[in-house]
Design a protein around this ligand. Structure first.
Ligand code: GUN
Length: 286
């Protein structure tokens, strides 16, 4: 039987600390961390995420600035808003909810966000800083995974770490974070040969490919630590991860559930980044 790595529990603990830190900041400086969230169009999943971000801001005492723009917003209109927010001292973090409608160019939108306000850590400046190990903020999902591994006391140094998925948002930064902690890291993807064998050699297996129950028990080593970043909705409306939890769980030493694993960590990490950005923009280093 594996031990569950609960994102609900760890997230609540991190939020408690963030709340105390925020109260101390407000009391000593009068600065409220401010997060601007921009949503273009009305993708239902994105609307839920944006609402949850706003609720998290309320819970922690941050100022939330929400911009719900029409589906027909032009690139120039969106860039203009970002330019205004870049200059607004009350806004410490700017997040443009992805995916954007097809007519907008995601890359130039993300590049337009001032790097110090980029609380997603998607700007090339922040991506580069992660590469060299001298960063201010980390992308929320990989940061949440690291927090879960640390809370469970999982040793990373020297371990065989396999990341399945090579996205810019999860797979690539995840691999860099594990490497920085001296893991021996392999990144797998759709063209990897002998994927099952590579996965079965992992001490720590992190899966982010968006295919329900893709990782089966034969792909997992006895005693491995398994982190499932996938959130897939099945035809019966139930959520399920990229890992066949039922059959993998008995082999693993630690495993994340879906839902309730990595998911709850992501917004908490966004809040952590926003608080840090607020401090750095006001010359407070800790
Ligand atoms: N859409 C899905 N995940 C994310 C995320 O982490 N950040 C942003 N900006 N959009 C997303």
């Amino acid at each position: 039987m594996a031990q569950l790595m609960s994102g609900k529990i760890v997230s609540a603990q991190v939020r408690e600390n963030l709340k105390k830190e925020t109260e101390a900041l407000i009391e000593s400086t009068g600065i409220y961390p401010g997060l601007a969230v921009i949503l273009v169009g009305h993708d239902p999943a994105s609307q839920v995420y944006v609402r949850n971000k706003q609720l998290a801001c309320e819970e922690l005492g941050f100022h939330a600035f929400e911009y719900k723009l029409s589906e027909n917003t032009t690139q120039e209109q969106l860039l203009d808003l970002i330019r205004v927010l870049n200059k607004d001292a009350k806004v410490h973090g700017i997040l443009v909810q992805l995916p954007l409608p097809d007519h907008l160019d995601e890359q130039s939108v993300l590049y337009a966000i001032a790097p110090e306000k980029d609380v997603d850590a998607f700007h090339p400046m922040n991506v580069g800083k992660i590469m060299i190990g001298s960063y201010d903020v980390l992308p929320c999902t990989p940061a949440g995974v690291m927090e879960l591994l640390d809370a469970a006391g999982v040793e990373i140094a020297g371990k065989n770490c396999v990341v399945v998925g090579r996205s810019n948002i999860v797979g690539k930064p995840m691999a860099m974070l594990l490497l920085q902690r001296s893991g021996t890291v392999t990144i797998c993807h759709s063209r990897t040969k002998n994927l099952a064998e590579v996965c079965a050699a992992a001490d720590i297996l992190v899966v982010a490919i968006g295919k329900p129950k893709f990782i089966t028990a034969d792909m997992v080593k006895e005693g491995a630590v398994v982190v499932d970043v996938g959130i897939n909705r099945l035809e019966n409306k139930k959520l399920c991860g990229d890992v066949d939890f039922e059959n993998v769980e008995p082999k693993a030493s630690y495993i994340t559930p879906v839902p309730g694993g990595v998911g709850p960590m992501t917004i908490t990490m966004l809040m952590k980044n926003t608080l840090r950005a607020a401090k750095l923009q006001n010359g407070i280093k800790d």
